[in-house]
Design a protein around this ligand. Structure first.
Ligand code: BGC
Length: 767
């Protein structure tokens, strides 16, 4: 009898007795389970997971033996699993595959392929003993200078949401979790833990939250990571309207909410708001939760609710199920997946007749230090410790080209000199804790270029950029080309063109750059972004025509940086040092650093450019192919709650290829200013042989057509005439049709996210 009673008091956690376990827990135990186990630091200051189960993981949750609760492991994301590649005393290595960055993944516009890649990512999560991947990153690319744009998908919420949902499904199909991040409105890095993003409710819901809504509803991520920033005066992590009313009540989310790292302030308020797990966790947070309940500032029901979410998460994990992971994911197979993803998604921006695919080219001169110092992915927590990165020299040689050795030897020596000077080779495998900074471009003597132009058949110029968390990019020497890059490109173009030879530019970058001033001078431009460890091989697959490019831009390339209306309210002139000096001293709040007014409202990216008719360098959705496609007249059919539109795409050219159909909708305004075009659905064909056709069916619900009306606190789809435009990009509409909605739709919501001070949104005149 007695034994039974004590067994009752100490139940071992199962998926069916969560309430019983909660009842048996002391206040301290409840607080403890909600706080991660923190970090230990290596001598060089880089952190690793406390339990040393998976060194290099970003965080761990606390085990509680009394209830049979194991610790679980959380690791970054999103371009692969970020764990240490080496462990003390072990010969084995623990590399993870360096997959393409988020922006490239989104450029595929191919959700099946994204899901397939993410399955491979998830297998590495599972086989390395990790329970949750801290990704995908899915903030909106509001402005080209955000230092983390490469981790994010797009300037468009629908594309963001659909790609994120596919990614989550793929990873989670392995029985491990994801963490969609950073929830929400974390679209700038400068002062990222203190910036107050001031945004109207409509803009938040339509632009910055929509992608999360789609991912939550369609893919049920195990966890959501609440962001560091402030929204309308209150930390995102402390906003009950965001984390509970919207996320759980309106969207029906059932998983776990965890904080982004090290935001220790306001633990009690965060827990109250609906933040379950504090990461990476500190004893002070446990103490605060305990004190909060004792002094009445935190209700026991709220604490219990969070504990329940936590335990529901734990019982799903491989750690809880006692999965015996191998530490041997199939890196060989995954490298091939990474290569195919990169080839599927790279975007051909320019191709003068007869340039690509390469024909009759044997000898190649590679310009740009990035051709050897190839950028597989960005820096910061999104860095992945991969076993190798293929560079352009290796990739070209793999495909049988002869690469000019004078040039590659020269660049190799320049890289070695730079690394020695900066003492960059501190960690083996070329893996730095948080990734390696980009090596600046170097000059090539003019006589050398003259000689190389004679000796080679073609010039390939690789232009590189890298960025990462905590810093936004700058206009000079980053958005804009550096003087060295400009001079080198000019000289190469002059000497090769003088001999009738072509110059191909490869943009190995993580975010949008200026293109207008130089794009006219070169023969072809390929944009593979930061395409992962196998990306250079994928680039060569496209250059040779082994793969026909089918990637499409997930954002706009503007003519001028300032053309983006968000640029007026972005810290592009931010001086970190000046700001540091001000800290702790009394001062007027610094615009775009301490607060940022999202005055452009919903007019982000093509929503703005297209509506006002502003010229761009490359439009949203753009990407060339080696073949041509024709779109049929669309057939639109009403469904119970919306419509289905079918379009037949025919390959009218001479080589096999894939095309993306992008459905843009022009909705009746009914009292709300609306963009001329909004992406509402998209689909990609399979590879079509010349002459072959495929019919694609795009499904849109009336709810997807709704705009948010703050006056009525409702999503509204007015009755009337909807223009449906089927494009190959937002600027290349191939067919149109109409959808007639007889009965208006209205979905009541809650009034949330009140502004902390009045803010006037910009207004624009339409073209
Ligand atoms: C980043 C997150 C990341 C976390 C753990 C934070 O600094 O913002 O994206 O998941 O660190 O490494």
């Amino acid at each position: 009898m007695l034994a039974a009673a004590s067994a009752l008091a100490q139940p071992r956690l199962t998926k069916d007795n969560i309430d019983e376990v909660i009842r048996a827990m002391t206040l301290e135990e409840k607080a403890t389970i909600l706080v991660g186990s923190g970090h230990l630091f290596r001598e060089d200051g880089t952190p690793y997971g406390m339990e040393a189960k998976v060194p290099g993981a970003a965080g761990t949750t606390r085990p509680m033996e009394r209830f049979g609760i194991p610790g679980t492991v959380l690791a970054d994301g999103p371009a692969g699993v970020r764990i240490d590649p080496r462990r003390p005393g072990k010969d084995q290595t623990y590399h993870a595959t360096g997959f393409p960055v988020g922006t490239l993944v989104a450029s595929s516009w191919n959700t099946d392929m994204v899901e397939e890649m993410a399955r491979a990512v998830g297998e590495e999560v599972h086989e390395y003993g990790v329970d949750v991947l801290l990704g995908p990153g899915m903030n909106i690319q509001r402005n080209p200078l955000c230092g983390r744009n490469f981790e994010y998908f797009s300037e468009d919420p629908l594309l963001t949401g659909k790609i994120a949902a596919a990614y989550v499904r793929g990873v989670q199909s392995n029985g491990v979790g994801t963490s969609i991040k950073h929830f929400a409105a974390n679209s700038q890095e400068n002062n990222r833990t203190g910036n107050n993003a001031r945004i109207t409710e409509r803009t938040l819901r339509e632009i910055y939250l929509k992608g999360f809504e789609i991912a939550v509803k369609e893919a049920k991520p195990w966890t959501v990571m609440s962001s560091y920033n402030i929204i309308n005066g209150t930390y995102a992590q402390q906003r009950k309207d965001l984390l509970t009313t919207l996320l759980r009540e309106e969207w029906g989310y059932r998983g776990l909410v965890l904080t982004d790292w090290w935001n220790n302030a306001g633990t009690v308020k965060s827990a109250w708001a609906g933040n379950d797990l504090m990461d990476p966790g500190a004893q002070s947070q446990i103490d605060r939760l305990v004190a909060g309940v004792q002094d009445g500032s935190l209700a026991m029901e709220d604490l219990d609710r969070n504990v329940r979410n936590m335990l529901e998460y734990i019982v799903k994990t491989p750690a809880f199920k006692g999965y015996e992971y191998s530490d041997k994911p199939d890196l060989k197979a995954h490298a091939q997946v990474a290569r195919r993803m990169a080839a599927e998604s790279s975007i051909l921006l320019k191709n003068e007749v007869g340039t690509l695919p390469l024909k009759g080219v044997r000898k190649v001169a590679l310009y740009g230090i990035t051709s050897l110092d190839f950028v597989a992915g960005g820096t910061g927590s999104g860095h992945v410790h991969r076993a190798y990165v293929v560079n352009m020299e290796q990739a070209l040689e793999n495909a049988g080209f002869e690469v000019d050795k004078n040039l590659t030897d020269y660049y190799r020596s320049q890289i070695a000199a730079y690394e020695a000077k900066k003492n960059l080779s501190v960690i083996p495998d070329g893996s730095f804790g948080y990734g390696k900074p980009k090596i600046p471009e170097v000059e090539v003597p003019k006589e050398a270029i003259v000689r190389e132009a004679k000796e080679n058949d073609i010039a390939i110029f690789v232009l590189g950029r890298n960025a990462g968390e905590e810093n936004d990019r700058r206009i000079p020497d980053d958005f804009d080309l550096t003087e060295t890059e400009r001079t080198l490109l000019r000289q190469v173009v002059t000497e090769y063109h003088a001999l009738g030879k072509k110059v191909v530019v490869v943009l190995n970058i993580g975010g949008v750059i200026e293109t207008v001033s130089w794009k006219g001078s070169v023969d072809a431009i390929l944009l593979p972004w930061s395409p992962g460890q196998e990306g250079a091989n994928a680039v060569v697959d496209i250059l040779t025509g082994k793969v026909n490019p089918s990637g499409k831009l997930p954002m706009t390339f503007p003519v001028d940086y300032m053309d983006h209306p968000s640029s007026k309210n972005y810290p592009y002139e931010y001086d970190q040092n000046a700001f540091r000096l001000m800290r702790g001293r009394e001062h007027e709040p610094v615009r775009n650093v301490e607060y940022t007014n999202y005055e452009e409202g919903i007019w982000v990216g093509y929503r703005y450019f297209n509506t006002v008719g502003k010229e761009v360098s490359y439009p949203f959705g753009f990407g060339l192919s080696y073949t041509e496609f024709a779109f049929s007249k669309p057939v639109v059919k009403a469904t119970a709650d919306g419509f289905e539109a079918s379009v037949t795409v025919t390959n009218t050219g001479t080589v096999a290829g894939k095309e993306v159909v992008q459905l843009y909708v022009t909705a009746p305004e009914a009292g709300l200013a609306k963009p001329s075009y909004e992406l509402k659905a998209f689909a990609k064909t399979r590879e079509l042989a010349p002459g072959e056709s495929q019919t694609l069916t795009l499904k849109v619900d009336n709810y997807d057509l709704a705009s948010y009306n703050e006056a009525s606190s409702a999503w509204e789809t007015p009755a009337g005439n909807y223009l449906l435009s089927f494009g190959s990009s937002v600027a290349d509409i191939r067919a149109t049709a109409r959808y007639q909605l007889k009965k208006a739709g209205k979905w009541q919501a809650n009034r949330l996210f009140e502004l902390d001070a009045p803010m006037q949104e910009m207004t624009f005149s339409r073209r």
